[in-house]
Ligand binder design. Structure first.
Ligand SMILES: Cc1ncc(COP(=O)(O)O)c(C=O)c1O
Length: 378
C-alpha cells in the first residue's frame, strides 16, 4: 500500500492491517454471469419498470423530492405507493423509506422504549445491529433460528420482574445462510408474551408468498407485526416499505430520526416500486421460474458441498478465508460472478461462497458453473 499524508496515517495503518489479514475489499466492475446479485426476479432491467419510470417522467413526476417528507418532500407518488403497498401486503399502513438499512435503524432505534427488551436472532443484518446500538431498550441475542431459546429468553426476562414490552427481531430468509426462520413458532411466542415482531423480509419479498408478499404474509394486519419489505432486491428498484399498524407509522413519522432528517426518496423510484409490486402480482411465472432454477441449482451444487436451503440462496461453506477467496477468484476468472463472503460479514471459520440464483442466468449457466466449481474445489 502506498504511503499517505500524516493526517490519514491511522486509517492507512488500519487498511494495511486488513490487507495483511487478507480482508481488504475494493469496488470492482460488474463482470461475469450473475450469481451474486439480489436481483432475484431480474426486474432491475425489466421493460415494465423502464416504461413506468418513463411514464412518470412524462406526467411531470420530479426526479428529486426536494426535502424531507415532513417538509416539502412529500410527493403524491410516495403516498400512492404506500396505499398500494399496504393493500398488497394486507397491512393497515405502509411507509416508504429510502433504504432497508435506514428502515431497520429507524425501527430498532425508535420503536422499543426504555425498559423494553429486544430479543433477536444472532444472525440479524448489520442494519438491525446498528439500530440495536442506538436503541434505549436492552438487547438479548438468541442462537440462530432457535425458537425454544427465544421462548426461554422471554420467559426468563419476565420471571426477572421486567414489565416492559418484548420485541422479537429476526429475518425470514437469511441472506448469507439462505435458511428460513421458524415463523409460526416465533408468531406463537409473540402471542404468548405479548411481544411485537420486527420482521425483516428483505430476501423473501417478491420471491415467496401469495403475490410475492413474502414468507410472513399471513401475519400482516396483526397488531403485533411490523414487516420490513426492501425494494432493492427482488423488486429491482431501491428503498424499503415498513408495513404495520397505523399508530406505528405515525410514531415513525414523528420520532424516527432516519426518516425525519433525511431527504425523501425520489418520487420516480416510488413510481417504479409501485410498478414492481404490480409485476409481482401479474407475473407469478417469474417466481415459478426462480423456484425451478433454484431447485436445479440445489441438485447440481449440493453434491459439491452447498447447503440445500430450498431457497434462491445457496451457501457453500469452505471455512478458511484464504481458500474461499482462492476458489472465488478461480470461478470469477472463468466468467462466473460468485462472491466469497468472509468474516466479519459471517462468523470466523465459516467463510463461504454465496451462490445467489436469479433470473439473470439460465440452467445452462448453472451447468457450466457446477463444472467450473468442481474443478476449482479440488
Ligand atoms: C436482511 C437485510 N436487511 C436489510 C438490508 C438493507 O436493505 P437495503 O439494501 O435496502 O439498504 C439488507 C441488505 O443487504 C439485508 O440483506
Amino acid at each position: 500500500m502506498v504511503a499517505t499524508h500524516p493526517l490519514w496515517q491511522a486509517h492507512h495503518d488500519d487498511l494495511t492491517a486488513l490487507a495483511a489479514r487478507g480482508r481488504i475489499r475494493a469496488l470492482l466492475p460488474r463482470r461475469g454471469r450473475d450469481f451474486a446479485s439480489n436481483d432475484y426476479l431480474a426486474l432491475s432491467g425489466a421493460g415494465r419498470l423502464r416504461e413506468a419510470i418513463g411514464a412518470a417522467l412524462a406526467r411531470g413526476v420530479p426526479a428529486g423530492s426536494g426535502g424531507s417528507r415532513l417538509l416539502r418532500g412529500n410527493d403524491p407518488e410516495h403516498e400512492a405507493l404506500e396505499a398500494e403497498a399496504a393493500a398488497w401486503a394486507g397491512s393497515e399502513t405502509a411507509l416508504f423509506v429510502s433504504s432497508g438499512y435506514a428502515a431497520n435503524v429507524a425501527l430498532l432505534a425508535t420503536l422499543p422504549q426504555t425498559g423494553d427488551v429486544i430479543v433477536h436472532d444472532d444472525l440479524i443484518h448489520a442494519s438491525m445491529h446498528e439500530g440495536l446500538r442506538l436503541s434505549r431498550a436492552a438487547a438479548l441475542p438468541v442462537p440462530h433460528n432457535d425458537a425454544d431459546t427465544f421462548a426461554a429468553t422471554c420467559a426468563q426476562w419476565r420471571a426477572a420482574g421486567h414489565t416492559g414490552r418484548i420485541w422479537l427481531a429476526f429475518e425470514t430468509l437469511y441472506s448469507m445462510d439462505g435458511d428460513c426462520a421458524p415463523l409460526s413458532d416465533l408468531a406463537a411466542i409473540a402471542e404468548r408474551y405479548d411481544a411485537v415482531m420486527l420482521i425483516d423480509e428483505a430476501h423473501a419479498t417478491g420471491v415467496f408468498g401469495h403475490d410475492g408478499r413474502g414468507l410472513a404474509h399471513g401475519l400482516d394486519g396483526r397488531a403485533d407485526t411490523v414487516v420490513l419489505r426492501t425494494c432493492g432486491k427482488a423488486l429491482g428498484v431501491e428503498g424499503a416499505l415498513v408495513c404495520g399498524p397505523a399508530v406505528m407509522r405515525d410514531f415513525l413519522v414523528n420520532r424516527a430520526r432516519p426518516f425525519i432528517f433525511s431527504t425523501a426518496p425520489s418520487p420516480l423510484m416510488a413510481a417504479a416500486v409501485r410498478e414492481a409490486i404490480r409485476i409481482c402480482v401479474d407475473e407469478p411465472q417469474r417466481r415459478a421460474a426462480l423456484a425451478a432454477l433454484s431447485a436445479h441449482a440445489a441438485r447440481l451444487l449440493t453434491p459439491l458441498g452447498a447447503r440445500d436451503t430450498g431457497t434462491q440462496i445457496l451457501p457453500l461453506i469452505l471455512g478458511d478465508d484464504a481458500r474461499c477467496m482462492r476458489v472465488a477468484g478461480a470461478v470469477q476468472a472463468a466468467g462466473f460472478d460468485v462472491r466469497g463472503i468472509r468474516p466479519p460479514t459471517v462468523a470466523p471459520g465459516t467463510a463461504r461462497l454465496r451462490v445467489s440464483i436469479t433470473l439473470n442466468t439460465t440452467p445452462a449457466d448453472l451447468d457450466a458453473l457446477a463444472t467450473t466449481l468442481q474443478d476449482s474445489l479440488t
